[in-house]
Design a protein around this ligand. Structure first.
Ligand code: AMP
Length: 588
């Protein structure tokens, strides 16, 4: 497919904020995508060149793109910079400068999606000496072959900042409309920009089928390829593969034990909610993979966990899930997550750090065993199977601590015990609940102490002065607006961050190092960064505020943790903020 088709879809998508209209545009587009282009196009539609679980990035800074625009357009860099200051957007700047020039170029080859994709991937792979020049050359080549209307999106793709708003929900619905709309009785009313659904039940079942296929594969390209024929059976036959990471099941938060019982029923299981990080243990014959909640492959970083899983879980192939919890090797006391979080990203001295910061694996679910998918079995049966194959060795591997009860007193005592030993709280699980990857379905809930926290994404920061010069020191926080697939600001945080490295807690230096490669724009002391880093923030209260784009502000925000385990789109949502705000008023 020609890139210009994709660019004009981007144009149409950015011209509307209506989700249904976006879905319609996308579904019409998907109908025309040739099978051979599906993988690349699916990623590019989501503004990516690597899948969500792949940590690689293009990592090209704005300055470099600026140079490339200068090369491609023939304008000196200061001219490009001048216009950039005016438009505030490098894509727009390129469109105006390079677009102008290519109007007069007689021979220019049509850019294909494949070519663009290959060059973007190449950009991510170039390292070492001379890499800056090679990158500038690659980008400027793309820009000179671009037609009017393409340049803007090429630049934004290079900067990994596409902003066209295709979230997972929109993609899922567009697949249903594109390939199964006839069966589902869906028609789109162009005039009203709304859909008419003849058979709601059937439609919901289709949406559910597409969502399920996505949950199994975590790959929309795979889902689209299996949907092209319009045969739902083919999609449903999409098999589950042991070595593909799976989105974790999510749990809603409730206030207390009483509400937990109300939500999940009596009796139910209570487990410790460990303050560690989730790992999926995926074994297929001799291959063992460990995936985080962000679906990153961290097998290399945790040889101790891999060894424990291989030696103490019976079975040739399985997928299990658990929490790795750090403990102090001397006192055998559990440690908070931030003490061991550094192990997730560690690339060197792995054995040394594994000894310094050992983890205990607490297995809490089983998803498949010996090729049999166990997701639709009730929790009590999954738990039984899990217990039968895990050989428990204290401080190495064990099944999560659990009780089954219908008594509030007993559950309350268990909850207090969890807090006493330093865990976060408890999970309450419905004994008949099935496993639903990626969704908060109410088969389980979490109970944590009342102190509210929000997981917020850093979208900007400010360079510090005085003692803090050289560091980014104040961080703009945003929550996720799911409907529009964008991050909306809710406040700034500068407290709770350490100046010196201590045994616990994030430092300015650490945050600066994390954010520097993500800077897309600088104006004076202020910087705008790509929304990637998630912080757990405590606060006293949420207030209505015109200052921030979410319409809310936090009172006394304070950094608690860096949530290295959470992708930006799993940050707290605007809906959650609104709900918390309303809850607070009710209490007052
Ligand atoms: P949250 O991050 O607060 O949304 O809670 C969900 C996370 O709790 C999961 O991703 C797991 O990492 C973690 N967790 C800790 N203990 C358990 C448990 N016993 N069962 C399920 N999840 C658990």
């Amino acid at each position: 497919m020609k890139y210009t088709n994709l660019a004009s879809l981007y144009d149409q998508l950015s011209a509307t904020t209506k989700r249904l209209e976006k879905t319609h545009l996308l579904s019409e587009f998907l109908k025309g995508v040739p099978e051979a282009d599906v993988p690349e196009i699916t990623l590019l539609l989501q503004g990516r060149i690597f899948p969500a679980w792949d940590d690689r990035q293009i990592g090209v800074a704005s300055k470099l793109v600026l140079k490339a625009i200068s090369v491609a357009s023939g304008y000196p860099t200061n001219k490009v910079e001048e216009l950039w200051k005016k438009t505030g957007d490098l894509g727009e700047t390129a469109e105006q400068l390079v677009g102008k020039k290519t109007q007069f170029t007689l021979v220019s080859h049509d850019l294909t999606v494949k070519k663009v994709f290959q060059n973007l991937r190449k950009l991510a792979e170039i390292t070492g000496e001379g890499s800056v020049d090679t990158k500038v050359k690659l980008i400027s080549e793309l820009l000179t072959s671009a037609k009017k209307g393409e340049t803007k999106y090429l630049v934004r793709a290079v900067l990994e900042d596409l902003r066209v708003g295709v979230g997972d929900g929109t993609m899922r619905d567009a697949i249903v409309w594109a390939f199964f709309s006839k069966d589902a009785g869906v028609t789109y009313d162009e005039h009203e920009k709304d859909i008419v659904v003849e058979n709601r039940e059937q439609y919901n079942a289709m949406v559910e089928a597409v969502q399920h296929a996505y949950n199994l594969t975590n790959d929309f390209a795979e889902v689209i390829r299996h949907s092209l024929s319009g045969n739902l059976k083919k999609l449903q036959a999409l098999a589950f593969s042991e070595t593909t990471p799976i989105k974790v099941m999510l749990y809603q938060k409730v206030q207390d034990i009483k509400e937990a019982f109300e939500r999940v029923g009596k009796p139910c299981a209570f487990e410790f909610k460990y303050d560690g990080f989730r790992l999926g243990f995926h074994k297929s014959g001799n291959v063992l993979k460990l995936y985080t909640r962000r679906l990153e492959d961290v097998t290399k970083q945790f040889p101790d966990v891999a060894e424990a899983v291989k030696s103490h879980i019976t079975g040739k192939s399985f997928v299990l899930e658990g929490e790795a919890v750090g403990y102090d090797p001397a006192t055998k006391k559990y440690l908070p997550f931030q003490m061991i979080s550094q192990r997730i990203k560690r690339k060197y001295d792995i054995d040394k750090i594994a000894k310094e910061f050992p983890v205990e694996v607490n297995v809490f679910d089983i998803i498949s065993f010996e090729g049999k998918n166990m997701m639709s079995l009730p929790f009590r049966e999954r738990r039984k199977k899990m217990e039968s194959i895990v050989e428990e060795i204290p401080f190495v591997i064990r099944c999560s601590e659990m009780i089954i009860t219908d008594k509030e007193k007993e559950a309350q005592a268990f909850y207090e015990k969890a807090l006493r030993v330093g865990e976060e709280g408890v999970m309450a699980k419905n004994l008949d609940g099935i496993y639903k990857p990626g969704s908060r379905v109410g088969y389980g809930v979490k109970v944590k102490p009342v102190m509210e926290t929000l997981d917020l994404v850093i979208t900007g920061a400010e360079w510090g002065t005085g003692k803090r010069s050289g560091w980014l020191s104040s961080f703009v926080l945003a929550c996720y607006d799911k409907d529009n697939d964008e991050f909306v600001e809710i406040g700034k945080v500068g407290t709770g961050i350490k100046e010196l490295e201590e045994s616990e807690g994030a430092t300015f230096d650490e945050l600066t190092k994390l954010l520097k490669p993500l800077i897309v724009e600088e104006k004076g002391r202020e910087v705008i960064v790509k929304p990637k880093i998630v912080l757990e923030i405590t606060f006293e209260e949420i207030q209505k505020s015109p200052t921030y784009s979410s319409g809310y502000a936090l009172r006394f925000p304070r950094l608690k943790n860096i949530r290295d385990d959470k992708p930006a789109r799993e940050a707290s949502t605007l809906d959650q903020v609104e709900e918390l705000f309303r809850g607070q008023r009710g209490r007052g």
